[in-house]
Design a protein around this ligand. Structure first.
Ligand code: PMP
Length: 429
């Protein structure tokens, strides 16, 4: 397998792009080697500029849940393109997508569309503060909520990948109202409430996907919600990753909790830049033009993105692939664990629905501290061997692998072979 053209583009890209990428994890920094440049993708197959073909488990970090270029989504985009790309005025499709989203999430009477998960979350924090009149926010270490100043502390995703505790350029003032708790540990939340009486909200990835996949323990989310109610604080569910992916109504449906504010992204844009935040009427009526919390966007509710989102969610509802996701992930889990055992490698697999994550670690992973014990050097060897065997994974131990409903038996066969070769390589380290 050759990567000559990717290598050339990488060298060329370095001149005018930072690290030749527009988002840090794409740089392959933690697995060594240079990033691949992609030419095209269809279904579950992604093709790099050298013509190498891979089964894609990155899926643009989640959005491509139907696989790439699904016929119906592509058709909807092409149809929308004929009418223009952006108007700075409302369109019927915004109302249609809003209805699909609000019908799926019982905690959302109204929704506001934005352009990314980051924007959704930073707006949700502002809304929680506006509604409660309080300033402090609690987040869990290892959860990632985008790159807004207040949330770039103890964050997962790219920061975990690059071993960065936070970000330069974030003033102390911007994080002085951010408190850190431990995922799956309600006592760590309560300890903050004992010390502070101005906590507006707790933000959580209900199924954490940015420290690798980490599941909420039984009762964690519902106990958290009940406790917050008793304290007059809001629960913000960051379902940017899990919304419409864990099941149609997100992790809240599965774990039987209704958050006060919900953040969405990824799948709802069908591959275009869309984020959203929403809540019950009483809270959303704080947002301008109805209320005094300001938030806006030139391209928000972009017509092409709305069309892609509607087509994706409509097809997703029809396919209802969630049981199938669980079955496929269970098969992958067994393959990963049995192959690791065959080569005498410590491995823990966490999975939920269409998100799965093997950790090169001995003991179970239920929070960020556990996840950080994973052997990233082993992951790097595993990653490159998977690439050489035609499987495209997120280039980080701390990013979830995503499944699409287009995944076939042949893809699984190819993946199984690749896993064997990759575990063998790890065993020889
Ligand atoms: N929240 C979560 C849970 C995420 O996974 C992400 C992105 N991985 C974000 C927020 C930020 O979204 P975006 O990259 O679209 O700004």
């Amino acid at each position: 397998m050759e990567f000559k053209k990717s290598q050339k583009l990488y060298e060329k890209g370095l001149q005018h792009l930072v690290g030749a990428v527009n988002s840090p994890v794409r740089a392959f920094a933690s697995v060594g080697g240079n990033p691949l440049f992609i030419k095209k993708a269809k279904g579950t197959t992604i093709v790099d500029v050298d013509g190498n073909r891979y089964v894609d488990y990155v899926l643009s970090y989640g959005p491509m849940i139907l696989g790439h270029r699904h016929k119906k989504v592509q058709k909807a985009i092409q149809k929308a393109l004929k009418n223009g790309y952006t108007f700075g005025a409302s369109t019927h499709n915004e109302i249609k997508l809003a209805k699909i989203v609000c019908d799926a999430f019982p905690g959302m009477d109204k929704v506001r569309f934005v352009n990314s998960g980051t924007e959704a979350v930073l707006s949700a924090l502002r809304l929680a503060r506006a509604y409660t009149g309080k300033d402090k926010i609690i987040k869990f270490s290892g959860c990632y909520h985008g790159h807004s100043d207040a949330l770039l502390v103890a964050a997962g995703s790219g920061l975990a990948t690059l071993s960065m505790p936070g970000s330069k350029g974030v003033p102390e003032d911007a994080v002085k109202n951010t408190l850190i708790a431990t995922f799956n540990d309600l006592d760590s939340v309560k300890a903050h409430f004992k010390q502070h009486d101005d906590i507006a909200a707790v933000i959580v990835e209900p199924i954490a996907g940015n420290m690798g996949v980490v599941l909420p323990e039984d009762g964690f989310l519902s106990d958290l919600k009940t406790y917050l109610e008793s304290q007059g604080a809001l629960l913000i569910a960051d379902e940017v990753m899990t919304g419409f992916r864990s099941t149609f109504g997100g992790a809240q449906e599965l774990f039987n909790v209704v958050a006060d504010i919900t953040c969405l992204g990824k799948v709802i844009g069908g591959g275009f830049p869309v984020g959203a935040y929403g809540a019950r009427n009483e809270i959303m009526e704080m947002v301008a033009p109805l209320g005094g919390m300001y938030q806006a966007g030139t391209l928000s509710g972009n017509p092409i993105a709305m069309a892609a989102g509607i087509a994706t969610l409509t097809e997703l509802k029809k396919q209802n692939p969630y049981e199938q996701f669980d079955e496929v992930a269970a098969i992958l889990e067994v393959i990963l664990l049995e192959t690791a055992k065959k080569y005498n490698i410590d491995l823990v697999v966490n999975r939920f629905g269409s998100m799965i994550n093997p950790f090169f670690v001995k003991n179970e992973v239920s929070n960020f501290e556990d996840a950080l014990k994973a052997d990233t050097k082993k992951f790097a060897v595993f990653f490159w061997e998977m690439i050489k065997n035609g499987v495209f994974l997120p280039p980080s131990q701390f990013e979830a692998w995503f499944l699409s409903s287009a995944l076939s038996e042949n893809d699984l066969k190819k993946t199984t072979k690749a896993i064997d070769a990759a575990m063998l390589a790890v065993s020889k380290m």
